[in-house]
Every structure is written in C-alpha cells, then in structure tokens.
Unconditional design. Structure first.
Length: 199
C-alpha cells in the first residue's frame, strides 16, 4: 500500500538518537499546521503535538509526531556522517607548511595558524565531527588555504589587516553536509577559501 509507505517517518535506525535542530522542529511544526488546516487534526491535537515537537530533542522523538499523517516525512539525520569528536585541534605552520588532506577528521573547532609559513586544510574528502564546524584561521606573514566542496554551507567572517581574508566562497550549501564557519584574521598574510570545480 503506497499511501501507508508514505506515512512511515524516514528516520534511519542508527539516527534515532541524533540531536534534532531548530530547523527540524520547525519543519514538523509547519507540517502539523498544514494538517490542521486540512482537517486532519483538531485544535487540541495541534496544540499537543506542537508542544511535543518543540520539546523534542532527537529525530526519534520527532518521528511519532507525524507518523499518522499521509505524505509527511519526519526530519532525518543529515546524509553526512558525523563522528562526534568535540575536541578543539590545531594545525600550526610556523616556518613550515603542514596540510590536512584526504580522509581526515575535522573536529567541531579547528584552529589553523600560519606564521611565516603556510597551512592547507582540504575539506573535500574529510569527515566531520558535528553538523556545524568552526575554523579559526590566523595568518601572520603567512598563508592559509582552505578548500571546500561545492555543496558545502560556508560562512566567512574573518578580517584582514594589511592582509587579505577572501570571502568569495561564502554561501549556502545543498543541505547534505555540515555548515562550516570560518573566522580569524590575516595580518600581512592571507586566508584563501576556495571551492575548486573538480574534487
């Protein structure tokens, strides 16, 4: 029965305990309002389910709220896999040129410092610890290059003082990966964030 299949919340078993975001709760609330407008929920049911939606902490708690509404799919765990490493880690390029490339784990907070040297952070094939990552980039008489995938949500708010902090790669993503926020400063140096056309 196709209609019954549509009613099943698409929450993977291994994602039930993953934390839901404010946006996830808002999507469920919007679906509830639409269902009430169609006459599927009474006002009392709408109020009770909205209370449950806004108090839900995980995807598993959101799924039952819309399980009996046809055509409604509960928010699911993001397609990107997060490894849960909350540590802050640093890469230091002091008269040297360290790089992180390939399959490496990006922590929730990554610090990059280039002092009379260079640092490369290639995020195109990296794994992420969280759905929102902050990269603190500090370039002093040196350079930091950050390569990001085409579909990544990137927010850049660093500053340049007698140096450059390129924000050309800033922009929304396609919703399948994490959000990366890049902060910091460049002093007599540069921070270059790029979206290469080929990964």
């Amino acid at each position: 029965m196709a209609e019954e299949a549509d009613r099943t919340p698409a929450v993977p078993a291994d994602g039930q305990a993953m934390r839901a975001s404010d946006a996830d709760r808002e999507r469920v609330a919007q679906a509830l309002h639409e269902a009430a407008g169609e006459g599927r929920l009474s006002l009392d049911e709408l109020r009770d389910r909205l209370d449950s939606a806004y108090s839900a902490k995980t995807y598993g708690e959101l799924a039952p709220i819309v399980a009996d509404l046809p055509g409604v799919t509960a928010p699911r765990r993001p397609a990107h896999a997060y490894d849960g490493d909350d540590a802050t880690r640093a890469v230091l390029g002091i008269w040297s040129g360290p790089a992180r490339r390939g399959d490496w784990l990006v922590p929730r907070t990554q610090i990059a410092v280039a002092f009379m040297g260079g640092v490369v952070l290639d995020l195109r094939h990296a794994r992420f610890s969280a759905d929102e990552t902050t990269i603190q980039a500090y370039a002093v008489m040196g350079g930091i290059e950050i390569l990001v995938p085409e579909g990544m949500d990137v927010r850049i708010d660093g500053v340049g003082l007698m140096g450059g902090f390129d924000d050309a790669a800033s922009g929304p993503g396609d919703g399948t990966g994490p959000c990366v926020r890049i902060t910091g400063f460049a002093f007599w140096g540069g921070v270059d964030v790029r979206r290469p056309h080929h990964s």
